[in-house]
Design a protein around this ligand. Structure first.
Ligand code: SAM
Length: 319
């Protein structure tokens, strides 16, 4: 395949310039290839309703060649040409398989929910990660899922039904209010924050990038800081928070974590994590002449490959 040339991209020039200063040069090719939307897609067996071996048999019957994912036994990747076939199959309609990017699955794995825990998904729709959390908890314990946008909230509810989640409690509300309503409550909190979605830009889908602007990034950053403060309040001492976005912008990533650490240094720490992949870089500690809290280096930036979208994740612990 030809290497896409960033100079001919339809994306805003300012986005391209910023991206080149954020991403290491070795990742540019993979990143621009990802923007072309080719490669492979990830999927996960929903162990609440299906068995991994049975799904592999069904894939063989459908003549869909799949590759197992070493670090997650229920995950597999498939070439994009089979996407429609999988999405339209009863594997998906019956809730046995969820099509999900590997980076998203990795984020939930890093948070690591356990059976019988109290878990909060603070920005949950459409519910991909909520269903993964429920599967890790084996449908035991308590799983709160929050979404303020009505249409997305209904989608979340129907997703939880379709994927057999019985421990889900859904709330149509702004996540920024949750910390004050339920302080010190949850063992684990996932904040997969609303963001500018830069890692999901696609060359041939203008709606993915046409509203991008620095102003929007600043707006998202403000909201993300409020959500992360709320997540910290809602977490019990000793509990963990996973903050993630699918954006490259440091304002939405390291700067949000910096903001929390700078104001709550006695209450929270960043947990360094070992990832089971090689395509990552540490968090950036300096952006636009601003020195960030040194511990943001323990955040992780997943670099794009032909089967993983770029992603930012940071595991935090409430002290
Ligand atoms: N975790 C989801 C998944 O894996 O399916 C994707 C979450 S998406 C990145 C972010 C979600 O946050 C969107 O559904 C968006 O509507 C929601 N959101 C926006 N503003 C919010 C707020 N103030 N509080 C909570 N959620 C919010």
């Amino acid at each position: 395949m030809n290497i896409p040339d960033p100079r001919t991209s339809p994306f805003p020039q300012e986005f391209v310039t910023r991206l080149e200063s954020i991403l290491p040069v070795e990742s540019w090719h993979a990143c621009w290839t990802a923007f072309r939307g080719c490669g492979q897609f990830g999927a996960r067996v929903n162990t609440l309703l299906a068995n991994v071996d049975d799904v592999w048999e069904r894939l063989a019957c459908l003549d869909v060649p799949a590759t197992a994912v070493e670090w997650l036994p229920e995950a597999f990747v498939v070439s994009s040409q089979y996407r429609e076939q999988i999405v339209g199959s009863d594997l998906v309609t019956m809730g046995h398989v969820y099509v999900q990017n590997l980076s998203s699955m990795l984020a939930v794995r890093v948070l690591g929910a356990e059976p019988d825990e109290q878990v909060l998904d603070l920005a949950a729709a459409p519910g991909g990660k909520t269903t993964q959390l429920a599967a890790m908890m084996r449908n035991t314990g308590w799983l709160s899922a929050v979404e303020p946008i009505r249409t997305r909230f209904y989608k979340l509810q129907s997703m939880l039904r379709q994927y057999g989640v019985t421990i889900g409690h859904t709330y149509l509300t702004d996540g920024r209010t949750v910390g004050n309503k339920t302080p010190d409550r949850f063992d684990r909190v996932l904040l997969d924050a609303p963001c500018s979605g830069e890692a999901r830009f696609r060359w041939d889908e203008p709606k993915t990038y046409q509203y991008w602007s620095l102003r929007k990034i600043r707006e998202q950053s403000r909201k993300q800081k409020g959500l992360l403060r709320s997540a910290l309040k809602a977490t019990r001492p000793g509990g963990r928070i996973l903050y993630s976005t699918c954006s490259f912008a440091p304002e939405e990533n390291e700067c949000v974590v910096h903001h929390l650490l700078a104001r709550n240094s006695a209450q929270v720490r960043v947990v360094p994590v070992d990832l089971p992949i090689n395509n990552w870089q540490p968090g950036i500690t300096r952006w636009l002449d601003k020195e960030l809290h040194p511990d943001v280096v323990h955040a992780r930036r997943i670099l794009p490959t032909d089967s993983m979208d770029a992603f930012f994740l940071c595991l935090l612990e409430k002290l």
